[in-house]
Design a binder for this molecule. Structure first.
Ligand code: SF4
Length: 494
């Protein structure tokens, strides 16, 4: 609904903080290599809209607009008329050189004070489904403050309405954060940077970042380009400063990094003691085979092992699903559903998998203890989350019983092997189960996204009649647990 070029969208400016390459591709990339929003990104956007609807006042009337220009004109007319609050306020401000900055504010609200509009002016409100605004969100709000200043002659404060939704429409958190101080300089610098980036003859280098790339429509195009050129951006564990310095010396490929003299690699910033691991990782990527980097001893035996995967949310720290297994064909999932009240644990079957509904996390941890059994057998998990959530969410007696039995298989694996995994698949937070599943032969669900699973669970909690709607949750959690069993078997056989 927004106009065609020459314009800069406020949403473009947001990508400066995330990835300049995205901005360049938006201007010059081959549109046929750009995908629609990923399912995960779509779900996140839907969750954001749902949160907006929950915290913003219900509009007096539904306004149907013809196009972006119509929406801008109506917004301007409402601002001039002194309408109390306007949702989805469409702003368009010329920047000179025939360029226009456009953006749509979640809500603008009228406040008293002299301005070019009359005895009132407007403050922008951005609703964010998070507890802390990022620098990109901050820049977005600064833009809206500055754009309103151009329209009304007064720089208003801005507001973030922060918060998150729990499970159930009555658990909406909202915290208002006011943003004051100058905005013009920051906005001008951002606009200048966008123009600089889009004027460059070649795209900025790829830098895979798990906070931006999973939600970027150019992801597949970047992965394809990186694989075709064996770009060093594929290398997990490579620091950005190191990559930039290597690139300045024209060392841009996996092969080039693998073949560097170790002493030479060590001279680059932030390589430190990671040099040998980076080179092993580069060799693994070049050959498609794991490269051993540690003694590979101390792997717990499969006999007597129990496997545990948690699905969690932060703030407050909460486990909403426990995935467990004792072997390849023995998956059990426990879902924490406060809505079932004090009803005892209720077993159901979905897609052939045993699912138990419990009213709280303590009951979930009880189920974990029951599956793990009374002995000292290892409870194998992937990443540090399980240890942390055990400490934060389990009753003390269960913490004492389970803590010493937890074995972080991700830590063991990455300490002993460099794996042939793209950084784009592994993310910067560690080697993900998702990225390694194909390697160990575990099929992932079609909608392989935490956001999809979490949303399906949230929706089901609000209307728990139809248990088949839990299918995306069950398949997602089951894939994570079965991955643990499969990779343990693969590593034990090495
Ligand atoms: S996929 Fe990542 S590196 Fe590529 S343009 Fe998008 S955000 Fe940038």
């Amino acid at each position: 609904m927004q106009p065609s070029q020459p314009i800069i969208r406020v949403t473009d400016l947001i990508w400066i903080e995330r990835c300049p390459r995205h901005l360049w591709l938006e201007a010059h990339g081959d549109p046929s290599t750009k995908v629609q929003r990923t399912r995960g990104a779509t779900v996140l956007a839907a969750q954001g809209r749902q949160h907006e609807q929950a915290v913003l006042p219900v509009p007096d009337a539904v306004v149907v607009v013809r196009d972006w220009q119509d929406q801008v004109e109506r917004t301007l007319a409402d601002l001039r008329a002194g309408t109390q609050g306007i949702q989805q306020a469409a702003l368009s401000v010329p920047l000179g050189d025939q360029t226009t900055l456009v953006g749509c504010v979640d809500r603008v609200v009228r406040v008293t004070g002299r301005s070019d509009l009359g005895d009132w002016f407007y403050e922008p409100i951005e609703v964010k489904w998070i507890a802390e605004p990022t620098p990109a969100h901050m820049l977005q709000l600064q833009c809206y403050r500055w754009m309103l200043e151009q329209i009304q002659g007064v720089l208003p404060d801005g507001q973030f309405w922060l918060g998150a939704m729990g499970h159930g429409s009555d658990r909406v958190a909202k915290e208002i954060r006011r943003i004051t101080g100058p905005a013009a300089e920051q906005v001008a610098a951002a606009v200048e940077r966008v123009l600089d980036i889009t004027r460059q003859p070649v795209a900025p280098p790829i830098w895979f970042d798990d906070k931006a790339c999973p939600y970027c429509p150019w992801n597949q195009a970047c992965e394809h380009t990186a694989r075709t050129t064996q770009d060093s951006a594929l290398l997990p564990g490579l620091r950005r400063k190191t990559a930039t310095a290597l690139r300045q010396d024209n060392i841009t490929t996996l092969t080039a990094i693998a073949e560097l003299a170790p002493a030479h690699l060590a001279t680059y910033p932030e390589v430190g003691k990671q040099g040998p691991k980076l080179q092993a990782q580069a060799r693994a990527m070049c050959t498609g085979q794991p490269v051993r980097i540690g003694p590979a001893t101390g792997l717990p035996p499969m006999d007597g092992a129990c496997y545990l995967d948690l699905e969690t949310t932060e703030q407050p720290a909460r486990v909403w699903a426990f995935g467990m297994a004792r072997g390849p064909a023995d998956t059990q999932i426990v879902l924490v559903v406060p809505e079932i009240g004090t009803t005892p644990a209720r077993p159901i079957r979905i897609a052939g998998i045993s699912v138990i509904l419990v009213p709280d996390m303590a009951a979930g941890w009880d189920q974990v203890a029951a599956v793990a059994g009374p002995g000292n057998g290892p409870v194998i998990h992937w990443s540090r989350y399980e240890q942390r959530f055990l400490r934060v969410t389990a009753p003390p007696p269960l913490q004492a019983a389970l803590s010493s039995r937890l074995v972080d298989l991700q830590h063991w694996t990455t300490t002993n092997y460099a794996l042939p995994m793209s950084r784009n698949a592994t993310g910067t937070g560690g080697v993900s189960a998702k990225a390694l599943s194909a390697w160990v032969g575990v099929q992932r669900p079609v909608d392989d996204s935490f956001a999809v699973a979490e949303q399906a669970f949230r929706h089901w909690c609000m209307d728990p009649a139809d248990t088949t709607r839990l299918l995306p949750v069950v398949t997602y959690v089951a894939a994570d647990v079965q991955f643990l069993v499969a990779i343990h078997a693969q590593l034990a056989a090495y």
